[in-house]
Each structure stands twice: as C-alpha cells, then as structure tokens.
Ligand binder design. Structure first.
Ligand code: NAP
Length: 308
C-alpha cells in the first residue's frame, strides 16, 4: 500500500471543518434522513439531532443510527442548536415553527426543505424571533419513496438546491446554508420565492398533477380495460405510475400551497393540449411532428447538462 503523503492527508474531506456544531432535523422522512446521512458522511455537522412527530419514525431513526441523538420533543430538540432544518410537509411548517420558535437560540439559523416557497416565507417568517436567521431552501432531489428507510447519503449529489432568502437576510447566514448544501453535494442557486414557485410549478408540480390524473383516468376505466392497462403498461404509462406513487400528504400540501402558479401552468397546458387535439382532429401532421421534436430537444438538452 503506498504511503500517505502530506497532500494525501490534505484532501478537502480530511480538513473539512463542520459547518454547524449542532444540526437539528425535524421530520426524518426521505429528505430529512438523507440530510442526516449526508451530513454524517461529509462531517457537515459536529452533532446531528433528529426529531419527528411519529414515534415509529423516532424509533427507526435510532435503530438506523443516522443521528447522534433522537429527541421526540421539538422544543427540547432545538435548544442550543446553531442550525434547525424543517423537513416536514409544507402544510405542517407553520405549526412546527410556532412550537419551536420560542426555544431557538439567538444567532441560530432556521431553514427548511419545503417544495413551495411563497407559503413557507408567509407561514414561518412571522414567527421567527429577532436574532434568528431564516434561510428557506429547497433541494431539487427526491424519489417517489418516503420515510427514514428511503433516504440515502448521495441523494443531493450533483442536484440543484435553491436557496430563497427573504430580502434583508443576514448574508453570513445565507453563506452557511449555501456551504451546507454544497458540502452535501448539491449545486446551489439563489432565487426569489415567487420565481421559485413558478419554475417548480412547471418542472415538478404540473408533471405530478398529470401523473396523478392519468392514473386516475386509467383507474376509472371499465374493469376489463383497466386490467389490460395494468398488464400491458408500456413505458409511457409505467413512468407516470412511478411519479404517481409519491406521498399523498406531501403532494396535497404542495398543490394547496402553490395554488396560483400551478393553476396558471395548468391553464397553459390545457390550451396546448387543446391545440394538439385540434391538430389530431384536422390531420395537421406538421404541428404534431413539431411538438414531438420539441420534446425530444428538451430531453437532449437535459442529458447534455447531466440532469437527466
Ligand atoms: P416524508 O418522507 O413523508 O417525511 C416527512 C416526515 O415528517 C415524516 O416522518 C412525518 O411523520 C414527519 N412529520 C409530519 N408532520 C410533522 C410534524 N408536525 N412534526 C414533526 N414531524 C412531522 O417526506 P419527504 O419526502 O422527506 O418531504 C419532506 C419535505 O421535503 C416536504 O416539505 C417536501 O415538500 C420536501 N421535499 C420533498 C422532496 C421529495 O421528492 N420527496 C424533494 C424536495 C423537497 P409521519 O409520517 O408520521 O407524518
């Protein structure tokens, strides 16, 4: 085995200091448990504390050993933490924030991973005590699975994380949240909450709405036809079913909390779908071919920027 040289021991991993002394994760599902695993692996936090409303989740997190401490009471969990990250469904954020707010340490950073951002700023912002820095964020990484067993340390590698600080947020606090996500492997960009919600409505929320709807349509078919849809599911329908397998509470909350942007994108989509229907009815082969080509082009550009 070759001897270690000074430069070998000087790799970024070897010298990386923890970014936070105590990182508290509230909600240990897919995202929270992935953050715990990735933070442990990269040494992003000296201590990781896990807190979840579900006793079963707390027990499982302790069994998995992905946190240094599991604390069922959120008020106790956040004490003395320099970073608290909320990883619960967006509809639960207001209640959790109200419970922990009086117990946050002065100078602490409060962040989240919620998939909608106007609602998070609206629901959490007002309860954040003076002297605590609120830096909302959203990692664009996930799977259709949920719960602490679904998480994995590499979930954020090479994926974007959007950081959405309200105007006037302390720049040093934003920089630490950016550093945390970069340490977990993500590429970070800053964005305005309203812009975030419009972009996510197109790239994530509308596709999920279509997947849930198509699966519902197939399920409504007469029994005989439904059986055949399931038996002969070609890749198109199969891909939709994977997306449609996502968590119902999480998606209920996303749809209700990004209502304006999602309804606008759905209206645009409906117009475009009507235009396609018209082209099919009138035999407009050029229009149909053009739309298919556009889809292909988008897929190619995703592959080129390694986001496929
Ligand atoms: P998940 O796997 O369902 O985990 C959520 C966890 O939070 C569950 O253990 C849940 O417990 C717990 N919880 C719910 N309400 C709580 C409360 N009031 N206090 C403490 N814990 C509570 O969900 P996830 O996929 O990790 O999503 C978490 C957040 O990340 C959501 O805001 C979501 O929008 C966002 N996000 C998700 C993805 C994705 O693809 N999944 C990607 C990016 C961001 P119970 O199971 O007992 O309810």
């Amino acid at each position: 085995m070759p001897e270690l040289t000074t430069s070998d021991t000087n790799t970024p991993e070897a010298v990386a200091e923890p970014i936070f002394q105590r990182l508290v994760l509230i909600g240990l599902g897919l995202i929270g448990s992935s953050v715990a695993r990735a933070a442990r692996e990269t040494g992003a936090a000296a201590e990781i504390v896990a807190c979840d409303a579900s006793e079963a989740v707390c027990t499982r997190v302790a069994e998995l050993g992905i946190a240094d401490r599991v604390e069922a009471d959120p008020a106790l969990a956040v004490a003395s933490a320099d970073c608290v990250m909320l990883c619960v469904p967006v509809g639960a954020l207001a209640d959790v924030a109200a419970v922990i707010a009086p117990h946050l340490a002065p100078g602490a950073i409060l962040t989240d991973v919620g998939s909608t951002k106007i609602s998070v700023v609206r629901d959490v912002g007002p309860v954040v005590p003076a002297g605590v820095h609120f830096v909302p964020a959203h990692p664009l990484a996930g799977t259709e699975f949920s719960g602490p067993d679904a998480g994995f340390a590499t979930l954020f590698q090479g994926r974007y994380c959007l950081v959405v600080p309200p105007a006037g947020t302390d720049a040093a606090a934003v920089a630490r949240v950016v550093a945390l996500w970069e340490r977990l492997g993500a590429m970070v960009e800053e964005m305005e909450p309203a812009h975030h919600d419009r972009v996510l409505a197109v790239v994530s929320h509308l596709p999920h709405l279509l997947a849930f709807t198509i699966c519902g349509t197939a399920d409504d078919l007469a029994d005989e036809t439904r059986q055949e849809v399931l038996r002969f599911a070609a890749s198109g329908f199969r891909d939709f079913t994977r997306i449609a397998a996502s968590d119902p509470v999480m998606w209920r909350d996303i749809f209700l909390n990004n209502r304006e942007a999602l309804l606008e994108m759905l209206a645009r989509f409906t117009e475009d779908a009507q235009a396609m229907a018209r082209a099919i009815r009138w035999g407009d082969a050029g229009y149909i071919e053009d739309r298919v080509l556009r889809g292909r082009k988008i897929r190619r550009s995703l592959i080129e920027i390694k986001q496929a």
